[in-house]
Ligand binder design. Structure first.
Ligand code: TPP
Ligand code: MG
Length: 336
Protein backbone atom coordinates (compact mmCIF):
# COMPACT_ATOMS: atom_id res chain seq x y z
CA UNK A 1 0.00 0.00 0.00
CA UNK A 2 2.94 2.30 0.63
CA UNK A 3 4.21 1.59 -2.89
CA UNK A 4 0.76 2.40 -4.24
CA UNK A 5 0.77 5.64 -2.26
CA UNK A 6 4.16 6.61 -3.70
CA UNK A 7 2.88 6.03 -7.25
CA UNK A 8 -0.19 8.12 -6.56
CA UNK A 9 1.94 10.97 -5.24
CA UNK A 10 4.31 10.84 -8.24
CA UNK A 11 1.30 10.93 -10.56
CA UNK A 12 -0.21 13.93 -8.74
CA UNK A 13 3.07 15.85 -8.77
CA UNK A 14 3.59 15.09 -12.48
CA UNK A 15 0.05 16.21 -13.19
CA UNK A 16 0.48 19.57 -11.45
CA UNK A 17 3.80 20.11 -13.17
CA UNK A 18 2.41 19.31 -16.63
CA UNK A 19 -0.46 21.77 -16.27
CA UNK A 20 1.98 24.53 -15.43
CA UNK A 21 4.47 23.51 -18.15
CA UNK A 22 1.71 23.74 -20.74
CA UNK A 23 0.79 27.22 -19.53
CA UNK A 24 4.44 28.20 -19.88
CA UNK A 25 4.46 26.91 -23.47
CA UNK A 26 6.99 24.20 -22.72
CA UNK A 27 4.69 21.29 -23.61
CA UNK A 28 1.82 21.47 -26.08
CA UNK A 29 -1.04 19.59 -24.49
CA UNK A 30 -1.92 17.57 -21.41
CA UNK A 31 -4.95 15.75 -19.98
CA UNK A 32 -4.80 15.64 -16.17
CA UNK A 33 -5.76 12.67 -14.01
CA UNK A 34 -5.94 14.29 -10.55
CA UNK A 35 -8.72 12.57 -8.61
CA UNK A 36 -8.32 9.29 -10.51
CA UNK A 37 -5.05 8.08 -8.97
CA UNK A 38 -6.46 5.29 -6.77
CA UNK A 39 -8.55 3.92 -9.64
CA UNK A 40 -5.52 3.81 -11.92
CA UNK A 41 -2.86 2.63 -9.49
CA UNK A 42 -5.14 -0.02 -7.91
CA UNK A 43 -6.00 -1.33 -11.36
CA UNK A 44 -2.44 -1.41 -12.70
CA UNK A 45 -1.16 -3.20 -9.59
CA UNK A 46 -3.82 -5.91 -9.92
CA UNK A 47 -2.89 -6.69 -13.53
CA UNK A 48 0.04 -8.85 -14.65
CA UNK A 49 3.06 -7.94 -16.77
CA UNK A 50 1.92 -10.15 -19.68
CA UNK A 51 -1.56 -8.54 -19.91
CA UNK A 52 -2.33 -6.02 -22.65
CA UNK A 53 -3.42 -2.46 -21.89
CA UNK A 54 -5.64 -0.30 -24.10
CA UNK A 55 -5.72 3.14 -22.45
CA UNK A 56 -7.73 6.25 -23.27
CA UNK A 57 -5.59 9.42 -22.92
CA UNK A 58 -5.62 10.03 -19.17
CA UNK A 59 -3.77 6.97 -17.88
CA UNK A 60 -0.47 8.45 -16.73
CA UNK A 61 -0.49 6.59 -13.38
CA UNK A 62 -1.16 3.29 -15.15
CA UNK A 63 1.92 3.79 -17.33
CA UNK A 64 4.10 4.66 -14.32
CA UNK A 65 3.04 1.56 -12.39
CA UNK A 66 3.71 -0.58 -15.51
CA UNK A 67 7.32 0.61 -15.27
CA UNK A 68 7.44 3.45 -17.79
CA UNK A 69 10.12 5.91 -16.61
CA UNK A 70 8.96 9.49 -16.04
CA UNK A 71 11.64 10.47 -18.49
CA UNK A 72 9.90 8.55 -21.32
CA UNK A 73 6.59 10.24 -20.51
CA UNK A 74 8.24 13.65 -20.74
CA UNK A 75 10.15 12.70 -23.92
CA UNK A 76 6.76 12.02 -25.52
CA UNK A 77 5.17 15.20 -24.15
CA UNK A 78 8.06 17.28 -25.48
CA UNK A 79 8.30 15.26 -28.71
CA UNK A 80 12.09 15.08 -28.63
CA UNK A 81 14.45 12.71 -30.41
CA UNK A 82 14.13 10.12 -27.63
CA UNK A 83 10.34 9.96 -27.96
CA UNK A 84 9.36 6.39 -28.92
CA UNK A 85 6.70 7.78 -31.27
CA UNK A 86 9.23 10.16 -32.89
CA UNK A 87 7.16 13.24 -32.16
CA UNK A 88 4.38 12.03 -34.47
CA UNK A 89 1.68 11.30 -31.94
CA UNK A 90 -0.46 13.85 -30.12
CA UNK A 91 1.16 14.77 -26.78
CA UNK A 92 -0.06 12.60 -23.92
CA UNK A 93 -0.97 9.77 -26.31
CA UNK A 94 1.88 7.50 -25.38
CA UNK A 95 2.21 3.77 -26.04
CA UNK A 96 5.01 1.40 -25.12
CA UNK A 97 5.32 -1.89 -26.99
CA UNK A 98 7.72 -3.45 -24.46
CA UNK A 99 5.17 -2.95 -21.66
CA UNK A 100 2.12 -4.06 -23.67
CA UNK A 101 0.64 -0.55 -23.57
CA UNK A 102 -1.10 0.25 -26.85
CA UNK A 103 -1.05 3.81 -28.16
CA UNK A 104 -4.36 5.58 -27.39
CA UNK A 105 -6.71 6.36 -30.25
CA UNK A 106 -8.31 9.77 -29.84
CA UNK A 107 -11.72 8.83 -31.28
CA UNK A 108 -13.60 8.00 -28.10
CA UNK A 109 -14.18 4.33 -27.35
CA UNK A 110 -12.17 2.80 -30.19
CA UNK A 111 -9.72 1.19 -27.77
CA UNK A 112 -12.62 -0.88 -26.37
CA UNK A 113 -13.08 -2.96 -29.53
CA UNK A 114 -9.30 -3.21 -29.92
CA UNK A 115 -9.04 -4.72 -26.42
CA UNK A 116 -11.76 -7.24 -27.24
CA UNK A 117 -10.06 -8.20 -30.51
CA UNK A 118 -6.73 -8.71 -28.74
CA UNK A 119 -8.51 -10.83 -26.11
CA UNK A 120 -10.07 -12.98 -28.85
CA UNK A 121 -6.60 -13.50 -30.31
CA UNK A 122 -5.30 -14.52 -26.87
CA UNK A 123 -8.17 -17.01 -26.53
CA UNK A 124 -7.32 -18.65 -29.84
CA UNK A 125 -3.63 -18.81 -29.00
CA UNK A 126 -4.49 -20.15 -25.54
CA UNK A 127 -2.42 -17.40 -23.93
CA UNK A 128 -3.46 -17.19 -20.26
CA UNK A 129 -3.67 -13.39 -20.24
CA UNK A 130 -6.28 -10.68 -19.92
CA UNK A 131 -6.71 -7.44 -21.82
CA UNK A 132 -8.01 -4.26 -20.25
CA UNK A 133 -9.69 -1.25 -21.84
CA UNK A 134 -9.71 2.08 -19.99
CA UNK A 135 -12.42 4.58 -20.82
CA UNK A 136 -14.66 7.21 -19.30
CA UNK A 137 -18.35 7.73 -18.58
CA UNK A 138 -18.71 9.51 -21.93
CA UNK A 139 -17.30 6.56 -23.84
CA UNK A 140 -20.21 4.39 -22.68
CA UNK A 141 -22.29 6.26 -25.29
CA UNK A 142 -19.92 5.34 -28.13
CA UNK A 143 -20.61 2.72 -30.80
CA UNK A 144 -17.46 0.83 -29.88
CA UNK A 145 -18.55 0.42 -26.27
CA UNK A 146 -21.67 -1.50 -27.35
CA UNK A 147 -20.00 -3.44 -30.18
CA UNK A 148 -17.09 -4.31 -27.92
CA UNK A 149 -19.17 -5.44 -24.94
CA UNK A 150 -21.46 -7.48 -27.15
CA UNK A 151 -18.57 -9.34 -28.79
CA UNK A 152 -16.95 -9.84 -25.39
CA UNK A 153 -20.17 -11.30 -23.99
CA UNK A 154 -20.86 -13.54 -26.98
CA UNK A 155 -17.32 -14.91 -27.19
CA UNK A 156 -16.62 -14.82 -23.45
CA UNK A 157 -13.36 -12.93 -23.98
CA UNK A 158 -10.81 -12.39 -21.20
CA UNK A 159 -11.38 -8.62 -21.11
CA UNK A 160 -11.74 -6.13 -18.28
CA UNK A 161 -13.68 -2.99 -19.10
CA UNK A 162 -12.47 -0.36 -16.65
CA UNK A 163 -14.74 2.65 -16.76
CA UNK A 164 -13.44 5.61 -14.77
CA UNK A 165 -16.68 7.49 -14.25
CA UNK A 166 -15.25 10.92 -13.43
CA UNK A 167 -18.72 12.49 -13.71
CA UNK A 168 -17.94 14.61 -16.79
CA UNK A 169 -17.34 14.07 -20.50
CA UNK A 170 -15.73 17.44 -21.14
CA UNK A 171 -18.76 19.68 -20.37
CA UNK A 172 -21.46 16.98 -20.39
CA UNK A 173 -22.41 15.81 -16.88
CA UNK A 174 -23.01 12.17 -16.06
CA UNK A 175 -26.79 12.72 -15.56
CA UNK A 176 -27.15 13.73 -19.20
CA UNK A 177 -25.02 10.86 -20.53
CA UNK A 178 -27.53 8.04 -20.03
CA UNK A 179 -30.84 7.15 -18.35
CA UNK A 180 -29.23 4.08 -16.75
CA UNK A 181 -28.93 4.27 -12.97
CA UNK A 182 -25.34 3.05 -13.15
CA UNK A 183 -22.90 2.56 -16.00
CA UNK A 184 -21.93 -0.88 -14.68
CA UNK A 185 -25.47 -2.22 -15.13
CA UNK A 186 -25.04 -1.92 -18.91
CA UNK A 187 -23.13 -5.23 -18.69
CA UNK A 188 -26.44 -6.98 -17.88
CA UNK A 189 -27.59 -6.48 -21.46
CA UNK A 190 -24.46 -8.22 -22.70
CA UNK A 191 -24.67 -11.10 -20.25
CA UNK A 192 -21.72 -10.64 -17.92
CA UNK A 193 -21.08 -9.09 -14.50
CA UNK A 194 -20.83 -5.37 -13.81
CA UNK A 195 -19.40 -3.92 -10.61
CA UNK A 196 -19.78 -0.40 -9.21
CA UNK A 197 -17.22 0.76 -6.72
CA UNK A 198 -15.76 3.80 -5.02
CA UNK A 199 -12.77 4.60 -7.20
CA UNK A 200 -11.20 6.63 -4.39
CA UNK A 201 -10.79 3.40 -2.42
CA UNK A 202 -7.51 1.83 -3.55
CA UNK A 203 -8.26 -1.53 -1.93
CA UNK A 204 -11.72 -1.80 -3.43
CA UNK A 205 -10.29 -1.18 -6.90
CA UNK A 206 -7.39 -3.59 -6.39
CA UNK A 207 -9.69 -6.39 -5.20
CA UNK A 208 -12.31 -5.93 -7.93
CA UNK A 209 -9.77 -5.80 -10.75
CA UNK A 210 -7.89 -8.77 -9.28
CA UNK A 211 -11.11 -10.81 -9.21
CA UNK A 212 -12.05 -9.74 -12.74
CA UNK A 213 -8.60 -10.71 -14.00
CA UNK A 214 -8.76 -14.11 -12.28
CA UNK A 215 -12.18 -14.76 -13.85
CA UNK A 216 -10.91 -13.72 -17.26
CA UNK A 217 -7.87 -16.00 -17.13
CA UNK A 218 -9.99 -18.93 -15.85
CA UNK A 219 -12.03 -18.60 -19.04
CA UNK A 220 -15.11 -17.19 -17.30
CA UNK A 221 -15.33 -14.13 -19.51
CA UNK A 222 -15.36 -10.34 -19.24
CA UNK A 223 -16.25 -7.92 -16.43
CA UNK A 224 -17.32 -4.29 -16.56
CA UNK A 225 -16.07 -2.22 -13.62
CA UNK A 226 -17.35 1.29 -12.95
CA UNK A 227 -14.93 3.14 -10.68
CA UNK A 228 -16.69 6.26 -9.44
CA UNK A 229 -14.24 9.13 -9.22
CA UNK A 230 -14.13 12.85 -9.95
CA UNK A 231 -11.96 14.81 -12.35
CA UNK A 232 -10.49 17.62 -10.20
CA UNK A 233 -8.79 19.48 -13.05
CA UNK A 234 -9.85 20.61 -16.50
CA UNK A 235 -10.71 18.01 -19.16
CA UNK A 236 -7.44 18.97 -20.83
CA UNK A 237 -5.27 22.04 -21.17
CA UNK A 238 -7.68 23.20 -23.91
CA UNK A 239 -10.66 23.39 -21.54
CA UNK A 240 -12.06 25.91 -19.04
CA UNK A 241 -14.21 23.95 -16.57
CA UNK A 242 -15.46 27.14 -14.86
CA UNK A 243 -17.83 27.53 -17.78
CA UNK A 244 -19.84 24.43 -16.90
CA UNK A 245 -19.37 23.49 -13.23
CA UNK A 246 -19.17 25.24 -9.88
CA UNK A 247 -16.18 25.62 -7.59
CA UNK A 248 -18.38 24.26 -4.77
CA UNK A 249 -18.86 20.98 -6.66
CA UNK A 250 -15.11 20.59 -7.16
CA UNK A 251 -14.39 21.49 -3.51
CA UNK A 252 -16.89 18.84 -2.33
CA UNK A 253 -15.22 16.22 -4.54
CA UNK A 254 -11.79 17.20 -3.26
CA UNK A 255 -12.97 16.24 0.24
CA UNK A 256 -12.82 12.67 -1.05
CA UNK A 257 -9.31 13.02 -2.50
CA UNK A 258 -7.99 9.45 -2.97
CA UNK A 259 -4.45 10.43 -1.97
CA UNK A 260 -5.51 12.08 1.28
CA UNK A 261 -7.72 9.11 2.01
CA UNK A 262 -4.88 6.61 1.60
CA UNK A 263 -2.51 8.85 3.60
CA UNK A 264 -5.03 8.78 6.48
CA UNK A 265 -5.40 5.00 6.27
CA UNK A 266 -1.63 4.50 6.26
CA UNK A 267 -1.14 6.93 9.16
CA UNK A 268 -3.85 5.15 11.18
CA UNK A 269 -2.15 1.82 10.48
CA UNK A 270 1.07 3.31 11.84
CA UNK A 271 3.08 2.93 8.64
CA UNK A 272 3.24 6.56 7.46
CA UNK A 273 4.74 9.12 9.83
CA UNK A 274 4.32 12.79 8.89
CA UNK A 275 8.05 13.07 8.19
CA UNK A 276 8.01 10.05 5.86
CA UNK A 277 5.02 11.49 4.05
CA UNK A 278 6.83 14.79 3.56
CA UNK A 279 9.85 12.91 2.18
CA UNK A 280 7.64 11.02 -0.31
CA UNK A 281 6.31 14.31 -1.72
CA UNK A 282 9.75 15.92 -1.81
CA UNK A 283 11.32 12.92 -3.54
CA UNK A 284 8.52 12.92 -6.11
CA UNK A 285 9.00 16.65 -6.84
CA UNK A 286 12.75 16.18 -7.28
CA UNK A 287 12.28 13.13 -9.58
CA UNK A 288 9.74 14.94 -11.71
CA UNK A 289 11.90 18.06 -12.01
CA UNK A 290 14.96 15.99 -12.95
CA UNK A 291 13.11 13.95 -15.56
CA UNK A 292 11.57 16.98 -17.23
CA UNK A 293 14.85 18.86 -17.29
CA UNK A 294 16.50 15.90 -19.04
CA UNK A 295 13.68 15.65 -21.61
CA UNK A 296 13.65 19.38 -22.30
CA UNK A 297 17.42 19.36 -22.75
CA UNK A 298 17.28 16.59 -25.37
CA UNK A 299 17.51 17.62 -29.05
CA UNK A 300 14.22 17.75 -30.94
CA UNK A 301 13.22 15.21 -33.58
CA UNK A 302 14.77 15.85 -36.98
CA UNK A 303 11.82 17.23 -39.01
CA UNK A 304 13.03 15.31 -42.07
CA UNK A 305 12.35 12.03 -40.21
CA UNK A 306 8.71 12.77 -41.09
CA UNK A 307 9.40 11.20 -44.47
CA UNK A 308 10.74 7.93 -43.03
CA UNK A 309 8.99 4.68 -42.08
CA UNK A 310 6.16 4.76 -44.62
CA UNK A 311 7.86 3.16 -47.63
CA UNK A 312 10.94 0.97 -47.57
CA UNK A 313 12.15 3.04 -50.54
CA UNK A 314 10.70 6.54 -50.84
CA UNK A 315 8.51 7.12 -53.90
CA UNK A 316 9.65 9.85 -56.35
CA UNK A 317 6.80 12.10 -55.15
CA UNK A 318 7.78 11.67 -51.53
CA UNK A 319 11.43 12.28 -52.42
CA UNK A 320 10.45 15.53 -54.16
CA UNK A 321 8.37 16.64 -51.17
CA UNK A 322 11.23 15.81 -48.86
CA UNK A 323 13.70 17.88 -50.90
CA UNK A 324 11.24 20.78 -51.05
CA UNK A 325 10.67 20.56 -47.34
CA UNK A 326 14.41 20.43 -46.64
CA UNK A 327 14.99 23.52 -48.81
CA UNK A 328 12.09 25.38 -47.18
CA UNK A 329 13.05 24.39 -43.66
CA UNK A 330 16.64 25.47 -44.39
CA UNK A 331 15.55 28.97 -45.41
CA UNK A 332 13.28 29.27 -42.40
CA UNK A 333 10.02 29.05 -44.35
CA UNK A 334 7.84 26.61 -46.19
CA UNK A 335 7.40 24.13 -43.38
CA UNK A 336 3.82 22.83 -43.30
C1 TPP B 1 -15.76 10.00 -31.44
C2 TPP B 1 -15.35 11.19 -30.68
N1 TPP B 1 -16.26 12.14 -30.38
C3 TPP B 1 -15.90 13.24 -29.67
C4 TPP B 1 -14.60 13.41 -29.28
C5 TPP B 1 -14.18 14.64 -28.48
N2 TPP B 1 -13.94 14.23 -27.09
C6 TPP B 1 -12.69 14.06 -26.63
S1 TPP B 1 -12.68 13.58 -25.02
C7 TPP B 1 -14.37 13.59 -24.94
C8 TPP B 1 -15.08 13.26 -23.66
C9 TPP B 1 -14.83 11.88 -23.16
O1 TPP B 1 -15.39 11.75 -21.87
P1 TPP B 1 -15.20 10.46 -21.02
O2 TPP B 1 -15.38 9.25 -21.86
O3 TPP B 1 -16.07 10.60 -19.83
O4 TPP B 1 -13.64 10.49 -20.61
P2 TPP B 1 -12.89 11.57 -19.71
O5 TPP B 1 -12.32 12.58 -20.66
O6 TPP B 1 -13.85 12.15 -18.76
O7 TPP B 1 -11.78 10.82 -19.03
C10 TPP B 1 -14.92 13.98 -26.15
C11 TPP B 1 -16.37 14.14 -26.40
C12 TPP B 1 -13.66 12.41 -29.63
N3 TPP B 1 -12.38 12.50 -29.27
N4 TPP B 1 -14.06 11.32 -30.33
MG1 MG C 1 -15.59 11.37 -17.97
Amino acid sequence: MLDAYRWMVVARVTDERCLSLQRQGRIGFYAPLAGQEAAQVGTALAMHAEDWFFPAYRELAVALVRGIPLRSIFDQLVGNSQDVSKGRQMPNHFGFRDKNIVVPSSPIGTQITQAVGAAMAAQRRRDPIATIAFFGDGATSSNDFHAGLNFAGVFGTPTIFLCQNNQWAISLPREKQTRSATLAEKSNAYGFPGVVLDGNDLNAVYRAVGEARARAVRGEGPTLIEAQVYRFGPHSTSDDPHRYRSDAEVAAARERDPIQRLARELAEAGVLEASADKAIWETARAEVARAFEAAEGTPTVDPLSLFDDVFETRTPQLEAQRSGFAAGAGSGGGAP
